[in-house]
Ligand binder design. Structure first.
Ligand SMILES: *Cc1c(COP(=O)(O)O)cnc(C)c1O
Length: 398
């Protein structure tokens, strides 16, 4: 499992790791190997292990090595989506096994846990992972995985990865960290004791909102064998064209993340000064409850910002409908800015009482801050906040 060209700092590895020029013609970029099968030298003698593209494909392998290098792992495996990666992770569990999971996870992760794997007899406990002791208290004899997200969605809550990894290790449990929101440029959970890192490559790693893909990265060769078995046996492998697109995305990850972080910080500070805004959630703000923890485990604070408007759902929806550059859409992590209202969009499936109990208020608006010019983005939000204020006044008058 040697990673080719795995040298240098992050920015350098992003461009070179896993990639070599083509031995036949010197093509500098990894070709898209659109082939389902590979010629063998003799019966049952594939060249370099290439037999069939579900099992192994050169374009996907280049991406898998690249991602492993970016997360500081020994291996990577790529899947048809982030949820495809989660699926492969859970395929190794058997009835009676137990998972301790964060209570503030991506909605699709919650859905695959409760609506797919619970039917197979896997049990899940959902706890607030911002305190490692809650994780500790939920671990049982049959617990196989601890599964967390940090920062979380949409409130950007931060969990102490090192503390949770100590708790998991003390009881010989695997720690899985969904690192989608931070990206490997900002945070490397394996270095903090996690066993497996999961990514939705659809977000920052792809970075251009043009591909759906996922990955697992880790160090333990036995885990690699297990997940590679399920990747091949269950068929969720990533195709060569998508692998190529993500590989193109990772090359500029560092540059993009720097701008995402700068823009998000400026927007968070701007929002904090606006009278219509009740609260801003951004780990980079001194007012963020876990600012110090975020500072200690992240290189910078990311491109996601959420804020609570005083006028409730109506104000949030008015704001999200009035922007010109922030596109009204779910998802995140692309170069373009997106805006959405979690209570009526990404988190609508959670009953209102449960949402409020989790601190997810009606006026919440979530931004995926892109890499456009900051003046345009702030100008856009100024107009949208005025619209939101008008709607709140009308609601108050009525
Ligand atoms: C989008 C997302 C996923 C799921 O990934 P897909 O590529 O959409 O399947 C998982 N976790 C987080 C944090 C996400 O944002």
């Amino acid at each position: 499992m040697k990673i080719r060209n795995n040298h240098g700092e992050f920015e350098t590895r992003a461009i070179h790791a896993g990639q070599t020029s083509d031995p036949q013609n010197g093509a500098v970029m990894t070709p898209v190997y659109l082939t389902s099968t590979f010629e063998q030298d003799a019966p049952a003698q594939p060249r370099d292990g290439y037999e069939y593209s579900r099992t192994k494909n050169p374009t996907r392998l280049a991406l898998e090595e690249n991602l492993a290098a970016l997360e500081g792992g020994q291996w990577g495996l790529c899947f048809a989506s982030g949820l495809g990666a989660t699926n492969a992770l859970l395929d190794s569990l058997v009835p009676g096994d137990h998972v301790v999971a964060g209570n503030d996870l991506y909605g699709g992760t919650h859905r695959i846990f409760r609506q797919v794997f619970e039917r197979y007899g896997i049990r899940f406990s959902f706890v607030d992972t911002t305190e490692a002791r809650h994780v500790e208290a939920a671990i049982e004899k049959d617990t196989k995985l601890v599964y967390i997200e940090s920062p979380s969605n949409p409130l950007l809550r931060v969990s102490d990865i090192e503390a949770i990894s100590r708790v998991a290790k003390a009881r010989s449990k695997l720690l899985v960290v969904d690192n989608t929101f931070a990206s490997p440029y900002l945070q490397n959970p394996l270095a903090m004791g996690a066993d497996v890192v999961l990514h939705s490559l659809t977000k920052y790693l792809g970075g251009h909102s043009d591909v759906v893909a996922g990955a697992l990265v880790g160090n333990d060769p036995a885990l690699f064998e297990s997940y590679a078995f399920f990747q091949n046996s269950c068929g969720g492998s990533l195709d060569p064209m998508s692998s190529f697109l993500v590989l193109r995305g990772t090359k500029t990850l560092a540059l993009r993340m720097q701008r995402h972080c700068e823009n998000a910080m400026a927007i968070a500070r701007f929002l904090e000064d606006q009278p219509q805004v009740a609260r801003v959630h951004y780990p980079g703000l001194e007012s963020f409850p876990q600012h110090e923890l975020a500072k200690s485990q992240m290189r910078s604070f990311g491109g996601m910002v959420s804020f609570e408007l005083k006028g409730g759902v109506a104000a949030g929806e008015a704001c999200a409908s009035a922007t010109r550059y922030f596109c009204l859409a779910e998802s995140l992590g692309g170069v373009e800015s997106l805006i959405e209202t979690p209570p009526s969009m990404t988190h609508a499936a959670i009953p209102a009482a449960e949402r409020h109990a989790a601190g997810l208020e009606d006026g919440l608006v979530r931004l995926s801050v892109g890499v456009e010019h900051i003046d345009d983005l702030i100008g856009d939000l100024k107009v949208a906040l005025l619209k939101a204020a008008q709607v709140s006044e009308q609601t108050a008058d009525a």
